[in-house]
Design a protein. Structure first.
Lengths: 186, 565
């Protein structure tokens, strides 16, 4: 018997107009363009959805979420968290504008019996989240590694995912024309 | 006298601070402050007018599509560019899908817990709850088994002591008055709503190509290719899928959401008297029925001083009176300019000076209509429709009144709707209307396609020289307008007058407060440390403070504070 395909979502979170906060959307776009996955794999740039994250996590086997995180360390540091890393903290209601509504969305889905079986958060420490700028050089450099790491994660879990022989042109519409050129050249 | 500061207000989209002065258990002064700067207008200056909508939909992380729509309509208005009928219907269906999603999430996930006490649920009798629920609606998801399962989940959470996201509710507050059974019924719908808000997102995704940021828009129409013979394009198959999703979603909206709002109104009748606030209303016409946008399925209009008989209709988007009446004042907001400016001449130069209640105290400007503050949102939408004798508005408003009376005999009038509870009711009435209209517009689209019209786009031409345009949309939170100045195809000015700006407006140059602020006057506050009643009224507006910045905080620091000063 053939197992049904895994329900997987790769989600980038962040505001593309706020410098390094746009890391999540940049990484998922990089991943989409460099790797080909089986059609059941959803790839989303969700911006800053708040509680509206819930529909995209609903009933998934695996969710990989890429986001900027506030943590001690050098800008550009990539860290991986699983849901358990946050268990003690998820008891708290997070309510700031710096909150993607993740914990609340997860708690809702858990009650409805539809929370993702596995959640991996790929976090990066931002350098600067200033208004109107694109992702800075340090994080831009990390975005390729992050995209490769997502592919590795998926492959480890049995998802069909391979590097495209010719990458698709990235659509980074939010960058000024010169910035877009430097990104695609990397 | 006590001074209470809630910063930020929880269970809203974005960032809002509310300060109230309470004397003898009643609010007598209030200030609403948005603590984040949007400033996206500055990003749009100099951009190609054909691309403005892509940026505009990042105004807010939640209400993305509404800004995209208002943006293309503003540019089309400047160009006097007509769009094909198919494009109108496809846009309308996206707007309806988005609005239903927004209203469901607001009622259940952002505000129900102001009225529903989770801690009472373990005491409920599921069999009694099931029979009560059956008496309220014909919905099939109210079985004893279903309710028992929800109760068991809640019992488990309560017993574990790990309340998680529910640990901050004002449980046991004297203003929470539902029976254990009603608490159980409403919370069970709260969980079921997760599935239905997802279905309304699917409507947007099928038509818009992607959610939350749709990709199918264009100045001049939509980019959905229609070809009934091609699997890759918009075809009968897609139309059938949409119909199936809507037929699944509509009973939840009309039999559950509306019934629950009516139940709350019947159980909390005093909230039909609190929270009246600013009684000037404006709603703009939406859901155009033809290419030229001469007829609309949602009527627009202006009501002053709560006098429904005085409604002045806004018959179409060209309405000169609306264009002349709207100004924004930043006397009390953190911008350099002070007094009222017409949006085409609007300025957005920040000047942050800290929270000073007698001077500047918010990032929100004060929009005014002929110099008056206005309330916008589903209540304005429903009151304008009711006052204009709009049949669909009357049908669902009267249905709601009948349902409320059936619960406990409470008689509600359109005038009672001008209240905190009225805003909740209006949102559910509007949703019931939109559910009917979703099928109607899907039928219009299908018929038009079958009649052989497959056009979805008219090419825009940008002449040299300056031109101005304004795009309207009656968004889930109310009247939205984007005002653009274009020179040779690029924006030279861009101002968005958004619903939450109308409602969260600060005082203006004359010191007249905005709708949130006014609606809080006279609200009871029984316990200063637990200002539940303040949240009920603030949440009734469905605040969305255009959240434009966020990072995931891995430190777990607690940020919300209620300070009693």
């Amino acid at each position: 018997m053939i197992a049904p395909p895994l329900r997987v979502a790769v989600i980038g979170i962040g505001n593309v107009l706020l410098g390094d906060d746009g890391f999540g959307p940049l990484v998922v776009e990089t991943f989409r363009c460099r790797f080909a996955c089986e059609p059941s794999i959803e790839i989303h740039d969700l911006g800053t959805p708040g509680l509206d994250l819930a529909p995209y996590l609903y009933g998934k086997d695996l969710v990989v979420l890429v986001d900027a995180v506030q943590a001690e360390g050098t800008p550009g540091t990539l860290s991986y968290y699983c849901e358990g890393d946050f268990v003690s903290r998820s008891a708290r209601l997070r309510v700031s504008g710096h909150d993607p509504g993740l914990w609340e969305a997860l708690a809702h889905l858990r009650l409805a019996g539809q929370s993702p079986s596995e959640l991996i958060i790929l976090g990066v420490i931002p350098e600067s989240c200033s208004f109107g700028a694109g992702v800075g050089a340090v994080l831009l450099d990390r975005s390729s590694i992050a995209a490769d790491n997502i592919a590795n994660l998926l492959v480890q879990r049995g998802v069909l995912c391979h590097r495209r022989q010719i990458a698709i042109q990235q659509n980074l519409w939010w960058l000024p024309p010169s910035g877009a050129a430097s990104v695609t050249a990397s | 006298m006590a001074r209470i500061s809630i910063d930020p207000v929880t269970r809203i989209e974005g960032h809002l601070r509310i300060d109230v002065e309470v004397d003898g258990g009643t609010v007598n002064k209030a200030w609403a402050s948005c603590t984040m700067w949007r400033g996206l207008e500055t990003v749009l200056k100099g951009r190609d007018a054909r691309e403005g909508w892509v940026f505009a939909q990042r105004f807010c992380g939640v209400c993305t599509t509404v800004h995209a729509i208002a943006s293309v309509r503003a540019v089309e208005d400047a160009l006097s560019l007509e769009i094909p009928a198919n494009a109108q219907y496809i846009r309308n269906l996206i707007l309806i899908g988005h609005a239903l999603h927004d209203h469901i999430v607001h009622f259940y996930h952002l505000s129900a817990l102001d009225w529903v006490d989770i801690m009472e649920i373990p005491k409920a009798d599921p069999a009694k709850a099931a029979s009560t629920a059956e008496g309220c609606s014909s919905w099939t998801g109210n079985s004893r088994v279903e309710l028992q399962a929800v109760q068991d989940k809640v019992k488990g959470i309560v017993a574990s002591g790990q309340l998680g996201i529910f640990s901050h509710g004002y449980w046991g507050h004297p203003a929470m008055r539902l029976s254990p059974e009603l608490n159980l019924i409403l919370f069970s719908h709260y969980l079921q709503a997760l599935d239905f808000q997802r279905k309304s997102c699917q409507v947007v995704a099928i038509l818009g190509g992607k959610t939350p940021h749709i990709q199918n828009l264009a100045v001049g129409g939509v980019m959905n290719a229609i070809n009934l013979d091609s699997l890759a394009t918009f075809n009968m198959d897609r139309l059938g899928t949409l119909k199936a999703i809507l037929e699944d979603l509509i009973p939840f909206v009309q039999q559950v959401f509306l019934a629950d709002a009516c139940l709350l109104a019947a159980e909390y009748p005093e909230w039909l008297h609190y929270g009246r606030g600013v009684t000037n209303y404006v709603a703009v016409p939406d859901l155009p029925l033809d290419a030229k946008a001469t007829k609309f399925d949602l009527p627009g209009g202006v009501i002053m001083d709560g006098q429904l008989s005085s409604v002045r209709p806004i018959v179409n988007w060209k309405d000169e009176a609306f264009r002349k009446a709207v100004t924004e004042d930043s006397t009390r907001a953190w911008y350099q300019h002070g007094g009222p400016l017409q949006p085409y001449k609007g300025m957005t130069d920040p000047d942050y000076t800290g929270f000073k209640e007698d001077a500047k105290y918010t990032w929100v400007k004060a929009p005014r209509y002929d110099g008056h503050p206005m309330q916008v949102g589903p209540l304005a939408n429903v009151l304008v429709g009711y006052a204009s004798g709009h049949p669909l508005t009357r049908k669902w408003t009267d249905t709601a009144f009948t349902r409320i009376a059936a619960v406990n005999g409470l008689k509600v009038t359109p005038n009672d709707m001008q209240s905190t509870m009225g805003r909740y009711l209006a949102r559910s009435i509007r949703s019931a209307m939109l559910a009917d209209l979703a099928l109607a517009h899907l039928q219009l689209l299908t018929t038009n396609i079958l009649d052989g019209d497959h056009t979805t786009y008219n090419l825009p031409q940008f002449p040299k020289g300056e031109m101005m345009g304004m795009g309207m949309h009656e968004a889930p939170r109310g009247a939205l307008s984007h005002w653009v100045v274009i020179d040779s195809g690029a924006f030279t000015n861009y101002q968005a007058v958004v619903p939450s700006t109308w409602n969260a407006s600060p005082r203006d140059e004359k010191g007249v407060p905005g709708p949130y602020e006014t609606s809080l006057i006279g609200n009871p506050v029984v316990e200063a440390e637990k200002p539940l009643e303040v949240l009920r009224t603030v949440h009734s507006f469905d605040p969305c403070m255009a959240c434009s910045c966020h990072t995931l905080d891995s430190s777990g620091a607690e940020i919300a504070q209620v300070k009693v000063l």
